[in-house]
Design a protein around this ligand. Structure first.
Ligand code: ATP
Ligand code: MG
Length: 445
């Protein structure tokens, strides 16, 4: 039942015709055996990078020093990596040196988990030296070899174990898990960029609730202490039945698998542990500064080296998630212009997920309220009202054609026009806006 894509077969056959070995390896073999669609196809070979380059007309030097050449076929890239033995890892990050080898099994031995250490080609069939098949059947994430050793070589593997558990719905093997607990502290040594990649894959997986294990195993204490605070903050009020952290986990399970949406749910209550006070009756009160959660979110995402677009979108949704829904068209138009038209509908998803992760108290009422809010928003869209500056009936060029000087003052006038249109949608008409611009500006030339 194993069918390699034509291009992968072509690469493998070309290698073999020239006396080398070639196999599909790693994630693509695992995913195919599971009936999942592989993200990309990696090939492992006994050929050296220079030899791979000689065999294919279009190649890219992706990581020659690590043995990786990308072969381009039909505008798609296939990473072809020479069998290698990773040398000692100097700082739980980088192998000091890589040694090429002619032995496939040596190459499979350096891989992180048994389910990721299988190779396949049509001639040899499946090469499974560490019972990856057995672990796939048992649904287990298990290190190849001694887990303490493997995590000491590269601490990122500990987070990868949880990530694969989340993607595949697998358990981490007891001795592998035990080694994570014991070595969790060393995750500090891993770069923020590598942690970010694994965290995002975990969050957008089918089982984002596995983030609980990141906490339980002691990994978040190092890389996301804010999450530990959430897990350790109970909520004693009628709206909640979980700690801040458990509520967050349930909110993650309620929201669509999208990077920004899952990050938003992860951080929507990040400031709460710092803002809860308990009165004499044991009642809790939340004194949230609405900007505080967004500021903390930005700071954390920057620390994890996320790109500015992701930071901006996530922080905006975090900032707005708890806003009292504006229930007039005018207020909604303002909110849309602040948060962004493209992003705004995500706010309804965020509010629903947040509500569904709270106690059952007034849940139906809360959801009805959100539905009413969304209905007004949909109505605004149906009426085609202007919600962004670029959708105004007049732009800078029109004003210049009308005789206005480009510059700061003109920018101000465009802002004023947009304000007026948000206030009164019927003003979004060329004639009316030009007239208004005339009123706003005195020194026409
Ligand atoms: P995905 O579907 O997310 O791409 P993947 O299994 O392909 O999952 P990659 O990170 O793309 O994961 O790595 C490809 C392969 O390289 C893995 O299957 C594994 O064999 C090996 N590998 C990757 N990272 C490590 C690591 N840190 N230590 C050991 N082996 C690794
Ligand atoms: Mg991969």
């Amino acid at each position: 039942s194993f069918k390699l894509p034509e291009n992968v077969n072509f690469i493998i056959h070309t290698l073999m015709e020239h006396g080398f070995e070639g196999y599909a390896v790693g994630g693509c073999v695992r995913d195919t055996l599971l009936g999942r669609n592989p993200q990309d196809w990696d090939i492992t070979t006994s050929a050296r990078p220079e030899q791979v380059k000689e065999l294919f007309s279009h190649t890219i030097d992706t990581g020659i020093q690590h043995g990786t050449v990308t072969v381009m076929l039909d505008h798609e890239g296939y990473e072809v990596t020479t069998y290698r033995i990773d040398g000692e890892y100097e700082d739980a990050r980088h192998p000091k040196e890589v040694t090429f080898t002619a032995n496939l099994i040596e190459d499979l031995k350096r891989r992180d988990f048994t389910i990721n250490a299988m190779a396949y080609n049509e001639a040899a069939g499946l090469v499974d030296a560490f019972d990856g098949i057995g672990d796939l059947k048992r649904k287990v994430i298990r290190c190849v070899g001694d887990p303490m050793e493997r995590f000491s070589e590269d601490a990122l593997r500990m987070l990868r174990a949880v990530r694969f558990a989340a993607q595949l719905g697998f358990e981490i093997a007891p001795d592998t898990k035990d080694a994570v607990s014991r070595l969790a502290e060393t995750i500090q040594k891993v770069s923020a960029e590598r942690i970010q990649v694994e965290l995002v894959k975990l969050l957008v997986s089918d089982h984002p609730e596995e983030i609980r294990q990141v906490y339980e195993l002691g990994l978040s204490a190092q890389v996301l202490p804010e999450f530990d605070r959430m897990m350790q903050t109970p909520q004693r009020n009628i709206h909640h039945c979980y700690s801040v952290g458990e509520h967050t986990i349930h909110a993650l399970m309620q929201i669509r698998a999208d990077k920004v949406l899952r990050l938003t749910m992860l951080f929507h209550d990040v400031a709460k542990p710092l803002c809860i006070t308990v009165d004499d009756n044991g009642e809790e009160h939340y004194h949230g500064h609405p900007k505080m959660g967004a500021d903390m979110t930005k700071q954390i995402l920057r620390r994890l080296k996320f790109d500015n677009d992701t930071i901006d979108r996530t922080a905006k949704l975090v900032a707005a998630h708890d806003d009292r829904p504006p229930l007039t068209e005018k207020a909604i138009r303002r909110a849309v212009s602040r948060i962004g038209l493209e992003q705004y509908p995500q706010l309804f998803e965020v509010k629903r997920a947040d509500t569904l992760a709270q106690s059952a108290y007034q849940r139906e009422e809360k959801l009805a309220y959100i539905a009413g809010y969304e209905a007004i928003y949909q109505d605004i869209l149906r009426k085609n009202q202007c919600l962004q500056k670029k959708d105004m009936s007049v732009n800078g060029r029109d004003l210049i054609a009308y005789g206005m000087k480009p510059g700061k003052q003109m920018g101000e006038i465009l802002n004023q026009l947009f304000e007026a249109v948000l206030e009164q949608p019927e003003l979004n008409d060329r004639e009316k806006l030009l007239q208004l611009a005339h009123k706003f500006a005195d020194p026409f030339i």
